[in-house]
Design a binder for this molecule. Structure first.
Ligand code: OAD
Length: 240
């Protein structure tokens, strides 16, 4: 089986060396938890042009539309059917059993890595369950709807919109620089800087996706198929 073969190969490649690992995750890892991806059929932007809901100018022009878009997503994330899947759990296992640091950098704004028990998770595109003050920049946890009347009326979703800088750049650079293995799971590789992280790690890299992507050629190896199915097998092989 592909995932076992690639896991065994990475094990051999690393030998007795157990380097820090960096894992980049995208919408595909949460697809099997019931959250839509961005660019697939029926993806999140279907029915909404991205610039109508995810940019500072959209928020200036029509804040109610932007608030409602994220309120719907927040309610969906908190619905009873959405829970971490076997891929999130496999990464938590890798974090707890690998002897060196394992950093998860996620483009996802959901909290499924944390619900699976992971720590050391960097949310480079923000978090759906947080809001940010428009003036002070204060960030607080928020599980309810948010709109122009929330608290003092000066709060926005804590989400990185198009044209805005990603979060935690220093922590991301430091993790990439010290890593000796890079795993990339469920991302289309179309949004930078995340799509370029594979070039910043000195060591082998593996892409997990149901199909080839814009950046597949940059990886040492690939496992084609569902992350929830294949990642647990790969992690088993790597931990042997
Ligand atoms: P996309 O929706 O662009 O890509 C999801 C990827 O996951 C695709 O390549 C799918 O083939 C793959 N996929 C789907 N189901 C899968 C499964 N079960 N197992 C493995 N792979 C699967 O989402 P991202 O690449 O994460 O930014 O999008 C990156 C950023 O674009 C998002 O964070 C968002 C968006 O604009 C912001 O909101 C700032």
């Amino acid at each position: 089986m592909e995932a076992k073969r690639v896991g065994d190969q990475m094990c051999r490649h690393l030998g007795s060396n157990r380097p820090p690992i960096v894992i980049l995750t995208g919408a595909g890892i949460s697809a099997e938890s019931g959250l839509s991806t961005f660019r697939g059929d029926g993806g999140l932007w279907a029915g909404h042009r991205v610039e109508d809901v995810a940019s500072p100018s959209a928020f200036d022009r029509d804040p109610d539309l932007v608030y409602e878009f994220y309120n719907l997503r927040r309610r969906n994330l908190l619905s009873i059917d959405v829970k971490p899947n076997a891929a999130h759990k496999a990464l938590e296992r890798l974090q707890s059993e690998w002897s060196e640091r394992v950093t998860i950098i996620t483009q996802n704004v959901d909290d499924l890595h944390e619900r699976a028990g992971s720590s050391n998770v960097i949310h480079m595109h923000g978090e759906l369950l947080k809001i940010r003050h428009l003036d002070s920049g204060e960030v607080r946890s928020w599980n309810d709807d948010c709109d122009g009347s929330t608290l003092d009326g000066r709060w926005r979703p804590h989400i990185v919109w198009f044209g805005e800088a990603i979060l935690e750049t220093a922590a991301i650079s430091e993790a990439l620089m010290s890593a000796g293995l890079f795993l990339c799971i469920g991302t289309a590789g179309q949004v930078y800087p995340a799509a370029g992280f594979v070039h910043e790690v000195a060591g082998p890299s593996v892409e997990f996706n149901i199909q080839r992507t814009a950046i597949s050629k940059s990886f040492t190896d690939a496992v084609l198929g569902s992350a929830a199915e294949h990642l647990p097998i790969f992690v088993d092989a790597l931990l042997k």
